[in-house]
Design a protein around this ligand. Structure first.
Ligand code: ADP
Ligand code: MG
Length: 731
């Protein structure tokens, strides 16, 4: 009997829901307790310091060192009061997750090496130099030139995690290149702010600032900790590399929005309580489509902050899951045959005057502005559809996209009937040169009368990777484990570049004597025509769409390493450089990192798959063969030859069937190892990633096929790995 698996099952059944009680009566009583937010600032900073900090955050200006000193003193007092002993610059290197190196607050007291005091200066708050030589940099920072530094981002508040004050920071090389996700994100947000304000001014001169908003929906799986530990593939790669489908999985569609199992409900409660303490406004929780799959989402917020909160919540969920004897799976496709996990990025732009730029307005002017932003976004997604796909692509997400549950690896936009009709009306209304102000008025009328129900738009297309949902766009192709920044950098930068181009078109036309409305209308109409290929209202999962998309000239590349090429195309480099978001050098370096990461992920999976097949599966299958052979021999000893042959016919054929699978597994594992050896010799990161994709990855499914067939015939008592039914239905 396979002891580890059965011990794990036994342990799992003993894991009961934990009793979780609320920290206080109402969330509003303890909301943001661990965050150095405005409330705490008011307590620990002088009025003047606080005003300067808030103004710098609002205007995006640099803070003087002197102010940083004042802030540091206040922050330290707060942190010590909260029981913190250490501080860290919390940053987002180009790996999965976040990084931190803790320093204690203690220093020798002046003139003594016997006494210590707790100190924290503006210098320590503002800048640090972690020995960062082991973070990926794509060759920007050689190990012998390991200097990179972290710098405080005052727009995301510091928080306390355990005994440590965490200060959100950017991470840049000594020569100024970004080594993280936050730096280019902040630049993209500033670019879209500037470009959008310029466009807004056409409609409302009072607009001074445009914010980018993000509301992420985090999907995840929970599996029992004991069962997880009995699956080396889950432990080492985050996904199951083998495992036959459970007889029942999601066919009955009984999990989605179903009753939340008590153990999971307890986990969710604790996650929510903790999230509130960190000022993360979690709003929804529910069962997702696949068994043991769930989702949570906060109320949307400013994009930079929302990204940090998402990273924080992933950390919190991970920690809390362990306490509840669960293991949190954020992998995009932990199980074959059932849905994977995504992280829908609900995105919008809004002004400091409180107008949602993707919210249909009430007046003609507001609606012209709404259509302007909508159509410019369409154009941006159209022009950079390949790049947007690259922004969400990873070895993990590749398993999810294109499977029959998530959009294919093609980016298109769904607008819904009403908005499509509005755009059609603008497009077909009249000839370019015949537009009169009178006609414009008529047109505006069409746009003005977008029914109010649109906000609760139920005309939804769940298959679209980028859908308009009433007052925002929902970028659904983002993967569950991703840092939302990669998608948000590209989207905000591309829209910024597009809005800038639009504005210069308008300026040109107005210089030639066109009226503002006429110029806007004229340009939008051209954009509607031009961006048409990216609009798709049909079923994105269908085979026909792949053919159609190819015809329309959309990026249909499915190979992950090649998809990354979109980052360094002339068009992309120009867009990133013109918006000041990233330089060619940074883009090239980042692609190196992406290719290396891809290669390493496939390499690790290949090793684990080979190892499990040879050391776990084949020995067990062979042992079961001997049981069968033993039976055959014993039959022969007891019965005459003919009778024995009849009685052992099934056993004999099973022995042969098992032998066939074992041989196939052995051969394919050997071939895969050979393919890896060849690929490993390749120096160039891109070529190596391509080799891993083209020559190593294809073995995975073949090997898995034979292993899964063995799982079906080998004695259940012998099978070493927890099965899908156990992983997915224990909670
Ligand atoms: P659904 O699953 O129906 O798409 P959810 O309620 O799970 O919706 O999540 C929707 C997310 O979109 C939430 O985080 C919500 O706050 C966010 N959201 C709503 N309006 C906007 C907006 N204007 N801009 C950005 N995000 C938004
Ligand atoms: Mg959604």
């Amino acid at each position: 009997m396979s002891t580890l698996r059965f011990t794990a099952i036994e342990k799992a059944t003993q894991h009961l829901p934990l009793e979780i009680s609320a920290p206080d009566k109402l969330p509003s009583d303890y909301y943001g307790k661990y965050v150095f937010n405005k409330k705490q600032m008011a307590k620990f900073l002088s009025k003047e310091t606080m005003r300067t900090v808030l103004e710098a955050i609002d205007k995006g200006t640099t803070l003087q060192r002197e102010i940083a000193d004042h802030v540091a003193v206040g922050m330290k007092m707060w942190a010590l009061e909260m029981g913190a002993t250490h501080y860290t610059h919390w940053f987002q290197p180009l790996t999965d997750g976040t990084a931190e190196k803790h320093d204690s607050f203690i220093e020798y007291a002046d003139g003594s090496t016997l006494d210590v005091i707790e100190t924290f200066s503006g210098k320590l708050l503002a800048q640090q130099e972690p020995d960062a030589s082991s973070f990926p940099s794509g060759g920007i920072r050689n190990t012998f030139e390991a200097r990179g530094y972290t710098a405080w981002d005052p727009s995301s508040p510091a928080f306390i995690m355990g005994d440590t004050l965490c200060i959100p920071t950017v991470f840049i090389s000594y020569t100024g290149e970004a080594l993280d996700y936050k730096t280019p994100l902040l630049k993209a947000l500033s670019a879209v702010d500037k470009a959008a304000v310029d466009v807004c001014k056409l409609f409302d001169p009072n607009v001074k600032r445009v914010y980018s908003y993000l509301g992420w929906e985090q999907e995840y799986f929970l599996v029992d900790q004991a069962l997880y530990e009995a699956r080396p593939d889950l432990v080492l790669t985050g996904r199951t590399l083998m495992g036959h489908e459970s007889a029942k999985n999601q066919q009955l569609e009984d999990h989605y929005f179903g009753a939340i199992p008590p153990r999971v409900a307890a986990f969710m409660r604790e996650v929510e309580f903790e999230a509130y303490k960190y000022g993360i406004p979690l709003k929804t929780r529910h069962n997702e489509v696949a068994p043991n799959q769930y989702e949570l989402a906060p109320i949307f917020g400013e994009t930079n902050l929302a990204v940090d909160q998402n990273l924080l919540i992933m950390m919190l969920m991970n920690k809390i899951a362990t306490k509840h004897h669960f293991k949190l799976l954020l992998h995009e496709k932990p199980f074959a045959g059932i849905n994977g996990s995504g992280k829908h990025n609900n995105w919008s732009l809004g002004t400091d005057t409180g107008v949602g730029l993707f919210t249909p307005g009430k007046t003609a002017n507001e609606n012209l502005q709404f259509v302007t932003f909508l159509v410019n976004t369409l154009m941006a997604v159209y022009k950079y559809n390949g790049l947007l796909k690259a922004s969400i692509m990873s070895a993990q997400n590749a398993h999810r996209l294109g499977a029959n549950e998530a959009p294919p690896a093609i980016i298109s936009v769904f607008l819904g009937k009403q908005i499509s009709a509005v755009l059609d009306k603008i497009e077909y209304s009249s000839e370019d040169d015949e537009i009169t102000v009178e006609e414009l008025k008529k047109m505006k009328l069409g746009v003005t009368h977008i029914p109010e129900v649109l906000i609760d738009n139920t005309d939804r297309n769940r298959t679209s990777p980028f859908a308009f949902t009433g007052n925002r766009f929902e970028f659904r192709a983002v993967g569950s484990s991703a840092n939302c920044s990669t998608a948000m950098i590209v989207l905000n930068a591309a829209v910024a570049a597009q809005l800038t181009e639009f504005k210069s078109e308008i300026d040109k036309k107005m210089k030639k004597g066109m009226k503002k409305e006429e110029a806007v209308y004229d340009t939008i109409r051209l954009y509607i025509k031009e961006s048409k290929p990216v609009r798709f209202e049909g079923n994105n999962y269908s085979e026909e769409w792949k053919i159609e998309a190819e015809k329309r000239g959309l990026d249909c590349q499915t190979g992950v390493p090649l998809i990354y090429d979109a980052y360094t195309s002339d068009q992309s480099v120009k867009m990133f450089e013109s918006t000041g978001v990233m330089t060619r050098k940074e883009l090239e370096a980042r692609n190196e990192v992406k290719w290396e990461t891809y290669t390493k992920k496939i390499q690790i999976e290949a090793r684990v798959l080979g190892d499990l097949s040879i050391n776990h599966i084949i020995p067990v299958a062979t042992r079961y063969q001997s049981v069968l052979l033993d039976n055959i021999c014993k039959m022969k000893a007891v019965y005459d030859e003919k009778k024995a042959a009849g009685l052992t016919k099934e056993d004999a054929s099973l022995v042969e069937e098992i032998a066939t699978h074992i041989a196939a597994i052995k051969k394919n594992v050997d071939d895969m190892v050979e393919a890896r050896k060849v690929a490993n010799k390749i120096e160039d990161a891109r070529e190596k990633a391509i080799a891993y994709h083209d020559t190593v990855l294809p073995y995975f499914n073949v090997i898995r096929y034979h292993v899964d067939k063995l799982e079906l015939v080998v004695d259940d008592q012998m099978w070493p790995l927890p099965k899908y039914r156990e992983l997915l239905f224990t909670n």
